[in-house]
Design a protein around this ligand. Structure first.
Ligand code: C5P
Length: 221
């Protein structure tokens, strides 16, 4: 039996995380936050004082880093080498480190199987940049979410403000554009929609609307 997969790819702030979690809940399927794996390696490398230019050390760090997802009080916590790093993982610093190490082919290769094991019955919702193109190319359902850079920066801004993290909107916009450019231009697994992905522009759309549009792609739920 083939375990169904729904891939949801897109740039940062496109709403992937929120939409993927809600859709997984509605379907009763497993959820993979693939970005958290790259962020976890980035954060672990930071803890070890590894330079982001030291590719050999980063590849070794990828193999050595233990990453666990734990459901706690309706929230998904990420435990890195035994330490709850959920909050640190959400920072733009962790995002930038993730994006830098994600450009290293050996790092991506090392994380491939660690993503594919999430494909468990009754199904998987996989959120990332290359879920539909590289990790689960045979997925039955593929979505590519976009939104204007301004709206994505505003969403991140609100999220971070709620968490008490102080940032500026213009700084966030600059970081988001830089990360998008790096993700789209890298040689391995660049951010791009799979040929068979359904594109949804979420600019100006509410979360519930997008969730319904995604669920409508599946036969029954
Ligand atoms: O999705 P998130 O913002 O958590 O991802 C952080 C970074 O990890 C992205 O900017 C991207 O460079 C990298 N990433 C990736 N492939 C994925 C998921 C994330 O390259 N499937």
């Amino acid at each position: 039996d083939i375990i169904p997969v729904l891939t949801i790819d897109g740039p940062s702030g496109s709403g992937k995380g929120t939409i993927s979690r809600l859709v997984a809940q509605r379907l009763g399927w497993h959820y993979l936050d693939s970005g958290a794996l790259y962020r976890a390696v980035g954060v672990a490398a930071g803890w070890e004082g590894i330079d982001l230019d030291d590719h050999a050390a980063l590849v070794r760090c990828t193999f050595d880093t233990r990453i666990e997802f734990r459901e706690a009080g309706g929230e998904l916590r990420v435990v890195v080498n035994g330490v709850d790093a959920t909050d640190e993982l959400r920072t733009e610093t962790a995002g930038a480190a993730a994006s830098a190490i994600a450009a290293i082919p050996e790092v991506r290769a090392a994380l491939k199987d660690r993503q594919r094991v999430f494909r468990q019955p009754p199904g998987l919702v996989a959120d990332g940049r290359d879920m539909g193109t590289v990790i689960f190319p045979d997925a039955a359902y593929k979505v590519f979410l976009t939104a204007s850079a301004e709206e994505r920066a505003e969403r991140r801004y609100k999220q971070l403000m709620e968490k008490g993290v102080s940032v500026t909107l213009s700084g966030l916009l600059r970081e988001i554009l830089a990360r998008d450019a790096r993700d789209a231009q890298r040689a391995v697994a660049p951010l791009r929609p799979a040929d068979d992905a359904v594109r949804i522009d979420t600019t100006g759309l509410g979360i519930d609307t997008v969730v319904e549009q995604v669920l409508a792609l599946l036969p029954r739920h």
